[in-house]
Design a protein around this ligand. Structure first.
Ligand SMILES: Cc1cc2nc3c(=O)[nH]c(=O)nc-3n(C[C@H](O)[C@H](O)[C@H](O)COP(=O)(O)O)c2cc1C
Length: 215
């Protein structure tokens, strides 16, 4: 089957999400200019640069208000925090996706403990294995193209601080992703923790390694 999204007016949006899966979930905490705390999950989320460390998430247009609270807050303050959703935090994460009115603190809705950040104002999820403090780099709007399209805003943030719970460092000083059990989103209401893990050595050597070995 071939589907042309430019002509298939009733293409289910969920098909696209279900194909590009599993997706990591950016659980984003923000604070309004007035100091009200917000927390919401975004699976249109990823890292796009490691040096400098930069991540993105994308807010689509809600039906009940011009912009999602997360976007309003990031535009107002230029700060946000990524919180890792471990498998055991899945129900709490789901609660925080509620379209609650602006000013409602989803930490309280989901009974989540807050912890303070170091360089930014929004609090972080204390129970997350890791949290990344971010400062806004830029926002890119994905404009509607066809009838029925709605704009999305892609938020780019530079990571300015990392919090990692000690128990998630392995013996070699690496972050133990398997132990952290990050929840991923598949299509629709399907989620998954990491499946079987395989290790594959790189089929090539970096130039620096080859040089080191030769000297
Ligand atoms: C797992 C999951 C992933 C989501 N991913 C996105 C996303 O990538 N973009 C988006 O706009 N909404 C996404 N949502 C919906 C938002 O979380 C939801 O609209 C939320 O109410 C926004 O909160 P806010 O208005 O406080 O910012 C997702 C929901 C869930 C449960």
């Amino acid at each position: 089957m071939f589907i042309d999204p430019e002509t298939s007016v009733d293409l289910k949006r969920s098909i696209f999400n279900a194909i590009v899966a599993p997706r990591p979930i950016g659980w984003i905490s923000t604070m309004s200019a007035a100091g009200q705390v917000n927390l919401a999950p975004f699976s249109h989320f990823n890292i796009v640069s490691t040096s400098p460390p930069v991540l993105i998430f994308s807010c689509n247009s809600p039906e009940d208000r011009p912009e999602k609270d997360t976007l309003v807050n990031v535009k107002a303050t230029g700060e946000f925090v990524f919180n890792l959703v471990s498998y055991d935090l899945r129900e709490a994460m789901n609660v925080t996706s509620t379209a609650a009115p602006h000013g409602v603190d989803e930490f309280e809705l989901a009974k989540l403990e807050k912890a303070a950040c170091v360089k930014v104002c929004p609090p972080r999820v204390a129970a997350s294995p890791a949290n990344l403090e971010c400062r806004l780099l830029q926002i890119v709007e994905i404009a509607p193209v066809a009838k029925g399209d709605t704009p999305s805003n892609v938020v780019f943030g530079r990571v300015v601080g990392l919090h990692i719970q000690d128990q998630f460092f392995d013996g070699a000083g690496r972050f133990d992703t398997v132990k952290a059990q990050p929840l991923t989103r598949l299509g629709g209401i399907q989620y998954a923790p990491p499946g079987p893990i395989v290790e594959m050595p790189q089929p090539f050597k970096r130039a620096a390694e080859t040089k080191r070995e030769a000297s």
